[in-house]
Design a protein around this ligand. Structure first.
Ligand code: SF4
Length: 453
């Protein structure tokens, strides 16, 4: 059975002693997916750890009741951005406004809500919004045209506000109180929400549904809220059918569904930050990871189409680049296929004092003039060129290409690269069928350092 607890605080101490059992129990109860939001830097890191350990998903943000101190806010904001770069972290959240507790002044909460909205928009992450006593203000401050899904978690708005939220395409999260005897108002409200906009969430360890009120809430109790939703929708539907619909909604809300899956544009590898501009490539190398996987090290990197230029630039701009040794343009395809964007991105990074490296198959001379290739090369501090073979015939065997005479283009690219004075190296994959001693001899003749991968 597929089921999604779309908001579950497994990072809180309430689960310290039996986290594995809680997750096992939820799986037995048909909850295949869980999203763990966070409230500050520490909980964001814990949520990301749990998500990676148990193959779940997490989110990172400052909750409106857990905003950072003024003196450390920029350092902490950078830390939140660092967590967002982790492979199973898929959303900004939970952020929002809480005028019920008002631990922080409304202006301060609004300032941070705005920052989170901008970060989600810049990077393409879904946005999880908390609102308590501030539903009207939340709707007012969410921009009319947002490019990312918005999840109104544990929604408490009235009918008019809910209609507005739904008409703007927001997802509505519903929790345990739906099962409470006296909560007819919430049940009526939920009945009026289109089925494809509703998410089920436990908000564990809080808000347990009937019959568990007064106890710690757990993700396995999602089933009891789902059963109440089934009652409201149609008792003839199977629980599996209702759970699947709610699962699909959450998959879309968090951009995990094949229909709208978000591929990472930037990702961490070692102490470098990598940029993934495209999933296209002229080659189909025998060892290419794209043949067997959709990504690297738990990152999903397979773009269904090239990400928009402004999204790439804003994602790079929002990344905490200073925290990394270098910015590497590599990804899950050939970056020079987007040469203009590649040059623009590399120049932006260099202007911020960041070292840049290009990893390329060296075939761009097949579609770019020599002058343009030299201009491109000069945008980088280092260039790593996939040599992969000791000659044309070997190259064609290991790296079948749509480019005519790819070896000739590769040799031409290497010659142009040597002429620029940019720091270059060539590479070959071990055990790929390449004649390594001959590749070594070729690299020596070319007088370029060789890296055997
Ligand atoms: S050049 Fe790189 S991305 Fe393209 S097929 Fe070969 S290994 Fe894969």
């Amino acid at each position: 059975m597929l089921g999604f607890d779309s908001h579950c605080h497994l990072h809180f101490h309430h689960f310290d002693s039996d986290l594995t059992t809680v997750i096992d129990d939820s799986r037995k109860a048909g909850i295949s997916h869980i999203l763990i939001p966070s409230v500050d830097v520490n909980t964001a890191e814990v949520s990301a750890d749990i998500a990676e350990r148990y193959n779940l998903f997490s989110a990172a943000a400052f909750h409106p009741e857990h905003l950072p101190e003024k003196s450390t806010e920029e350092v902490e904001w950078t830390s939140i951005k660092q967590v967002l770069l982790r492979p199973n972290t898929v959303a900004v959240g939970e952020t929002g406004l809480d005028f019920h507790h008002e631990t922080f002044k409304p202006e301060e909460q609004l300032r941070w809500f705005q920052r989170h909205i901008e970060l989600a928009e810049a990077t393409g992450y879904s946005l999880i919004v908390h609102s308590r006593g501030a539903e009207a203000e939340v709707l007012q401050h969410l921009p009319e045209s947002l490019s990312v899904p918005v999840i109104l978690h544990c929604w408490g708005g009235d009918e008019t506000q809910t209609d507005t939220a739904v008409s703007r395409g927001f997802y509505i999260g519903v929790d345990g109180p739906l099962t409470y005897k006296k909560n007819n108002r919430l049940r009526e409200l939920i009945q009026g929400i289109p089925r494809n906009r509703l998410l089920v969430e436990t908000d564990s360890p809080f808000l347990p549904p009937e019959p568990f009120r007064g106890r710690r809430n757990e993700p396995s109790y999602t089933r009891f809220i789902t059963m109440k939703i089934r009652e409201l929708w149609n008792n003839n539907l199977s629980i599996e059918r209702v759970s699947f619909t709610l699962w699909e909604n959450a998959m879309r809300a968090y951009r995990l569904h094949p229909e709208n899956r978000r591929a990472d544009i930037v990702y961490k590898y070692g102490d470098s930050l990598y940029v993934n501009l495209t999933s296209r490539c002229q080659n189909n190398c025998s060892f290419c990871i794209r043949r067997s996987a959709d990504g690297i090290s738990s990152y999903y990197l397979k773009h269904s189409e090239d990400p928009a230029e402004n999204l790439v630039l804003s994602t790079i701009d929002a990344a905490p680049m200073k925290e990394f040794k270098e910015l590497v343009f590599c990804g899950f395809g050939e970056p020079t296929l987007r040469s203009d964007l590649l040059m623009k991105s590399a120049r932006c990074a260099s202007a911020r004092g960041v070292e840049t490296r290009l990893n390329t198959n060296g075939l761009c001379t097949s579609f770019m003039s020599d002058e343009k290739v030299v201009e491109l090369l000069n945008c980088f501090h280092k260039v790593s060129i996939s040599l992969n073979a000791s000659g044309a015939r070997e190259y064609n065997r290991i790296c079948p290409s749509t480019v005519v005479d790819p070896w000739d283009h590769l040799m031409k690219f290497i010659k142009l690269a040597k002429g620029t004075g940019v720091n270059i190296q060539v590479s070959v994959v071990n055990h790929s069928g390449a004649d390594i001693p001959r590749v070594k001899a070729l690299a020596a003749r070319l007088q370029i350092p060789l890296r055997i991968r």
